[in-house]
Design a protein around this ligand. Structure first.
Ligand SMILES: [Zn+2]
Length: 298
Protein backbone atom coordinates (compact mmCIF):
# COMPACT_ATOMS: atom_id res chain seq x y z
CA UNK A 1 0.00 0.00 0.00
CA UNK A 2 1.46 3.36 -1.05
CA UNK A 3 0.20 6.83 -0.14
CA UNK A 4 1.97 9.98 -1.29
CA UNK A 5 4.69 7.79 -2.77
CA UNK A 6 5.66 6.37 0.64
CA UNK A 7 4.80 2.75 1.42
CA UNK A 8 2.62 2.20 4.50
CA UNK A 9 4.91 0.17 6.73
CA UNK A 10 2.15 -0.62 9.22
CA UNK A 11 0.82 -3.06 6.60
CA UNK A 12 4.18 -4.81 6.21
CA UNK A 13 3.73 -8.51 6.91
CA UNK A 14 6.75 -8.92 9.16
CA UNK A 15 6.04 -5.85 11.26
CA UNK A 16 2.45 -6.95 11.86
CA UNK A 17 3.53 -10.38 13.10
CA UNK A 18 6.09 -9.08 15.57
CA UNK A 19 3.75 -6.37 16.81
CA UNK A 20 1.06 -8.99 17.46
CA UNK A 21 3.56 -10.99 19.50
CA UNK A 22 4.62 -7.92 21.49
CA UNK A 23 1.01 -6.99 22.17
CA UNK A 24 0.11 -10.51 23.28
CA UNK A 25 3.10 -11.57 25.37
CA UNK A 26 4.74 -14.12 23.13
CA UNK A 27 7.56 -14.13 20.56
CA UNK A 28 7.82 -14.86 16.85
CA UNK A 29 10.20 -17.69 16.07
CA UNK A 30 12.65 -16.42 13.45
CA UNK A 31 14.53 -19.30 11.87
CA UNK A 32 17.95 -18.70 10.29
CA UNK A 33 17.90 -20.95 7.22
CA UNK A 34 20.84 -22.05 5.12
CA UNK A 35 19.08 -24.39 2.72
CA UNK A 36 15.74 -25.40 1.24
CA UNK A 37 15.34 -28.06 3.93
CA UNK A 38 15.50 -25.39 6.64
CA UNK A 39 12.93 -23.29 4.77
CA UNK A 40 10.56 -26.26 4.38
CA UNK A 41 11.03 -27.31 8.00
CA UNK A 42 10.22 -23.78 9.16
CA UNK A 43 6.99 -23.49 7.20
CA UNK A 44 5.88 -27.01 8.09
CA UNK A 45 6.54 -26.38 11.78
CA UNK A 46 4.59 -23.11 11.65
CA UNK A 47 1.68 -24.83 9.89
CA UNK A 48 1.69 -27.79 12.27
CA UNK A 49 1.57 -25.41 15.25
CA UNK A 50 -0.77 -22.86 13.62
CA UNK A 51 1.91 -20.31 14.42
CA UNK A 52 3.24 -17.24 12.65
CA UNK A 53 6.93 -17.39 11.79
CA UNK A 54 9.72 -15.44 10.13
CA UNK A 55 12.16 -17.15 7.79
CA UNK A 56 15.58 -15.52 7.95
CA UNK A 57 18.44 -15.67 5.49
CA UNK A 58 21.94 -14.38 5.95
CA UNK A 59 23.67 -12.45 3.15
CA UNK A 60 25.50 -15.69 2.52
CA UNK A 61 22.31 -17.08 1.00
CA UNK A 62 22.32 -14.26 -1.54
CA UNK A 63 25.98 -14.47 -2.44
CA UNK A 64 26.09 -18.27 -2.48
CA UNK A 65 22.92 -18.95 -4.44
CA UNK A 66 22.39 -15.64 -6.26
CA UNK A 67 18.81 -15.23 -5.16
CA UNK A 68 17.65 -18.84 -5.57
CA UNK A 69 17.24 -19.31 -1.81
CA UNK A 70 15.56 -15.91 -1.51
CA UNK A 71 13.02 -16.89 -4.17
CA UNK A 72 12.46 -20.29 -2.55
CA UNK A 73 11.91 -18.69 0.85
CA UNK A 74 9.57 -16.04 -0.57
CA UNK A 75 7.54 -18.71 -2.34
CA UNK A 76 7.37 -20.84 0.80
CA UNK A 77 6.34 -17.86 2.93
CA UNK A 78 3.62 -16.76 0.51
CA UNK A 79 2.21 -20.25 0.04
CA UNK A 80 2.07 -21.09 3.75
CA UNK A 81 -1.36 -21.55 5.34
CA UNK A 82 -0.20 -19.41 8.30
CA UNK A 83 1.41 -15.94 8.24
CA UNK A 84 5.09 -16.32 7.38
CA UNK A 85 7.39 -13.39 6.56
CA UNK A 86 10.91 -13.21 5.14
CA UNK A 87 13.75 -11.27 6.75
CA UNK A 88 17.44 -10.81 6.01
CA UNK A 89 19.51 -11.25 9.15
CA UNK A 90 22.77 -9.31 9.65
CA UNK A 91 23.25 -7.46 6.39
CA UNK A 92 26.66 -6.07 7.34
CA UNK A 93 27.52 -3.74 4.46
CA UNK A 94 25.54 -0.93 2.81
CA UNK A 95 25.95 -2.75 -0.51
CA UNK A 96 24.32 -5.90 0.85
CA UNK A 97 21.43 -3.97 2.39
CA UNK A 98 20.73 -2.33 -0.97
CA UNK A 99 21.09 -5.57 -2.89
CA UNK A 100 18.66 -7.30 -0.52
CA UNK A 101 16.23 -4.38 -0.70
CA UNK A 102 16.09 -4.55 -4.48
CA UNK A 103 14.81 -8.07 -4.96
CA UNK A 104 11.57 -7.72 -6.83
CA UNK A 105 9.83 -10.32 -4.68
CA UNK A 106 12.13 -10.56 -1.74
CA UNK A 107 12.43 -9.51 1.86
CA UNK A 108 9.79 -8.03 4.16
CA UNK A 109 12.50 -6.96 6.59
CA UNK A 110 16.26 -6.43 6.65
CA UNK A 111 18.58 -6.23 9.61
CA UNK A 112 20.78 -3.23 8.92
CA UNK A 113 23.73 -4.38 10.98
CA UNK A 114 26.32 -1.63 10.88
CA UNK A 115 27.48 -2.43 14.43
CA UNK A 116 31.06 -3.05 13.31
CA UNK A 117 31.36 0.47 11.85
CA UNK A 118 32.24 3.51 13.97
CA UNK A 119 29.43 5.44 12.31
CA UNK A 120 26.82 2.73 13.01
CA UNK A 121 24.09 5.30 13.68
CA UNK A 122 24.69 7.42 10.57
CA UNK A 123 24.92 4.45 8.24
CA UNK A 124 21.82 2.90 9.80
CA UNK A 125 19.77 6.08 9.34
CA UNK A 126 20.62 6.27 5.65
CA UNK A 127 19.89 2.60 4.98
CA UNK A 128 16.67 2.53 6.98
CA UNK A 129 15.35 5.27 4.71
CA UNK A 130 16.45 3.30 1.66
CA UNK A 131 14.62 0.17 2.85
CA UNK A 132 11.49 2.01 4.03
CA UNK A 133 11.11 3.67 0.63
CA UNK A 134 10.84 0.16 -0.78
CA UNK A 135 8.27 -0.98 1.79
CA UNK A 136 10.81 -2.97 3.80
CA UNK A 137 11.05 -2.71 7.58
CA UNK A 138 14.35 -2.75 9.41
CA UNK A 139 16.10 -4.06 12.47
CA UNK A 140 19.28 -2.61 13.92
CA UNK A 141 21.75 -3.36 16.67
CA UNK A 142 22.73 -0.42 18.89
CA UNK A 143 25.84 -1.41 20.78
CA UNK A 144 27.51 -4.59 19.63
CA UNK A 145 26.60 -8.23 20.28
CA UNK A 146 29.66 -10.35 20.95
CA UNK A 147 30.81 -13.35 18.92
CA UNK A 148 29.80 -14.59 15.48
CA UNK A 149 27.75 -17.34 13.85
CA UNK A 150 28.00 -19.22 10.59
CA UNK A 151 27.38 -16.59 7.94
CA UNK A 152 27.95 -13.57 10.21
CA UNK A 153 31.27 -11.77 10.74
CA UNK A 154 32.82 -12.54 14.13
CA UNK A 155 33.61 -9.45 16.23
CA UNK A 156 36.66 -10.96 17.86
CA UNK A 157 38.11 -11.75 14.42
CA UNK A 158 37.48 -8.15 13.46
CA UNK A 159 39.33 -7.05 16.62
CA UNK A 160 36.18 -5.47 18.08
CA UNK A 161 34.68 -5.74 21.55
CA UNK A 162 31.08 -6.10 22.60
CA UNK A 163 29.25 -2.94 23.68
CA UNK A 164 26.12 -3.28 25.79
CA UNK A 165 23.14 -1.24 24.63
CA UNK A 166 22.05 1.74 26.73
CA UNK A 167 18.51 3.22 26.71
CA UNK A 168 19.99 6.46 25.32
CA UNK A 169 21.59 4.62 22.41
CA UNK A 170 18.36 2.75 21.81
CA UNK A 171 16.56 6.10 21.61
CA UNK A 172 19.02 7.37 19.02
CA UNK A 173 18.44 4.32 16.87
CA UNK A 174 14.68 4.53 17.15
CA UNK A 175 14.99 8.04 15.72
CA UNK A 176 16.40 6.52 12.51
CA UNK A 177 13.02 4.89 11.85
CA UNK A 178 13.86 1.27 12.64
CA UNK A 179 10.99 -1.07 13.54
CA UNK A 180 12.92 -3.61 15.56
CA UNK A 181 15.84 -3.24 17.88
CA UNK A 182 18.33 -5.96 18.83
CA UNK A 183 19.83 -4.99 22.17
CA UNK A 184 23.18 -6.25 23.42
CA UNK A 185 22.58 -7.21 27.06
CA UNK A 186 25.07 -10.00 27.58
CA UNK A 187 23.76 -12.17 24.73
CA UNK A 188 26.42 -13.66 22.47
CA UNK A 189 26.46 -15.15 18.98
CA UNK A 190 27.94 -18.61 19.27
CA UNK A 191 29.72 -19.87 22.35
CA UNK A 192 28.84 -18.68 25.87
CA UNK A 193 31.72 -20.50 27.53
CA UNK A 194 31.53 -22.58 30.71
CA UNK A 195 29.67 -19.96 32.76
CA UNK A 196 26.76 -19.77 30.33
CA UNK A 197 24.84 -16.60 29.49
CA UNK A 198 25.23 -13.69 31.90
CA UNK A 199 22.15 -11.77 30.85
CA UNK A 200 21.55 -8.26 32.12
CA UNK A 201 17.75 -8.35 32.36
CA UNK A 202 17.62 -5.00 34.13
CA UNK A 203 19.30 -3.42 31.13
CA UNK A 204 16.90 -5.19 28.79
CA UNK A 205 13.94 -3.92 30.78
CA UNK A 206 15.30 -0.36 30.80
CA UNK A 207 15.72 -0.46 27.02
CA UNK A 208 12.20 -1.82 26.64
CA UNK A 209 10.78 0.84 28.95
CA UNK A 210 12.55 3.56 26.99
CA UNK A 211 11.61 2.54 23.44
CA UNK A 212 9.16 -0.37 23.65
CA UNK A 213 6.26 1.88 22.72
CA UNK A 214 7.78 2.49 19.28
CA UNK A 215 9.91 -0.55 18.39
CA UNK A 216 9.84 -4.25 19.18
CA UNK A 217 12.82 -6.05 20.67
CA UNK A 218 14.68 -8.96 19.09
CA UNK A 219 16.79 -11.60 20.79
CA UNK A 220 20.01 -12.65 19.09
CA UNK A 221 22.38 -15.30 20.40
CA UNK A 222 19.74 -17.81 21.54
CA UNK A 223 22.09 -20.79 21.28
CA UNK A 224 20.36 -24.15 21.75
CA UNK A 225 22.56 -25.24 24.63
CA UNK A 226 21.30 -22.51 26.95
CA UNK A 227 18.20 -20.94 25.49
CA UNK A 228 15.30 -23.22 26.18
CA UNK A 229 11.93 -22.57 27.76
CA UNK A 230 13.14 -20.79 30.90
CA UNK A 231 15.45 -18.21 29.33
CA UNK A 232 13.12 -17.65 26.38
CA UNK A 233 10.19 -16.95 28.71
CA UNK A 234 12.33 -14.60 30.81
CA UNK A 235 13.34 -12.63 27.73
CA UNK A 236 9.71 -12.42 26.59
CA UNK A 237 8.78 -11.07 30.02
CA UNK A 238 11.40 -8.35 29.52
CA UNK A 239 9.73 -7.34 26.25
CA UNK A 240 11.38 -9.43 23.52
CA UNK A 241 8.94 -10.23 20.67
CA UNK A 242 11.14 -11.89 18.01
CA UNK A 243 13.73 -14.55 18.69
CA UNK A 244 16.33 -15.68 16.20
CA UNK A 245 16.97 -19.41 16.26
CA UNK A 246 19.86 -21.00 14.42
CA UNK A 247 21.80 -23.99 15.75
CA UNK A 248 18.67 -25.20 17.58
CA UNK A 249 17.46 -26.76 14.34
CA UNK A 250 20.35 -26.53 11.89
CA UNK A 251 22.36 -28.89 14.08
CA UNK A 252 19.69 -31.52 13.39
CA UNK A 253 20.49 -31.26 9.71
CA UNK A 254 24.20 -31.93 10.19
CA UNK A 255 23.53 -34.65 12.79
CA UNK A 256 21.23 -36.61 10.48
CA UNK A 257 23.62 -36.19 7.56
CA UNK A 258 26.49 -37.41 9.68
CA UNK A 259 24.61 -40.36 11.14
CA UNK A 260 22.93 -41.58 7.97
CA UNK A 261 25.01 -40.52 4.98
CA UNK A 262 25.86 -43.61 2.95
CA UNK A 263 23.23 -45.66 4.79
CA UNK A 264 20.05 -43.96 3.57
CA UNK A 265 19.25 -42.95 -0.04
CA UNK A 266 19.59 -39.23 -0.62
CA UNK A 267 15.84 -38.66 -0.81
CA UNK A 268 15.35 -40.33 2.55
CA UNK A 269 18.33 -38.47 3.99
CA UNK A 270 16.86 -35.12 2.99
CA UNK A 271 13.41 -36.03 4.29
CA UNK A 272 14.72 -37.23 7.64
CA UNK A 273 16.81 -34.10 8.09
CA UNK A 274 13.82 -31.89 7.23
CA UNK A 275 11.58 -33.79 9.67
CA UNK A 276 14.13 -33.47 12.47
CA UNK A 277 14.51 -29.73 11.90
CA UNK A 278 10.73 -29.32 11.86
CA UNK A 279 10.39 -31.07 15.24
CA UNK A 280 13.00 -28.79 16.81
CA UNK A 281 11.37 -25.65 15.44
CA UNK A 282 7.98 -26.84 16.75
CA UNK A 283 9.51 -27.13 20.20
CA UNK A 284 10.74 -23.53 20.04
CA UNK A 285 7.37 -22.30 18.80
CA UNK A 286 5.82 -23.91 21.90
CA UNK A 287 8.42 -22.42 24.20
CA UNK A 288 7.88 -18.95 22.73
CA UNK A 289 4.14 -19.16 23.35
CA UNK A 290 3.42 -18.81 19.64
CA UNK A 291 1.41 -22.02 19.14
CA UNK A 292 -2.10 -21.28 17.84
CA UNK A 293 -1.41 -17.57 17.37
CA UNK A 294 -1.73 -17.67 13.56
CA UNK A 295 -5.50 -17.81 13.91
CA UNK A 296 -5.57 -14.73 16.16
CA UNK A 297 -3.72 -12.40 13.83
CA UNK A 298 -6.10 -10.18 11.83
ZN1 LIG B 1 22.35 -12.23 15.30
Amino acid sequence: MISNGVPDLSQNKAVRLVKHAADNGYAICATCCYNVEGILASVRAAEAKRSPLIIQLFPWAVTYADGILVHAAREAADNASVPVALHMDHAQTPEMVKRAANFERGFDGIMVDMSHYDDNLEKTAELVKYCNERGIVTEAEPGRIDGGEDGVGDLSELGLEAILTTPEQAEEFVATGINWLAPAFGNVHGNYGPKGPQLDYERLKRVHKQVGDRVNLVLHGAGAEWFQEKLLRECIECGVAKMNINDAFNNDFTRIMQEQAGKTPITGLIEKATDAMQKSIEQYIDWMGSTGMADKIQ
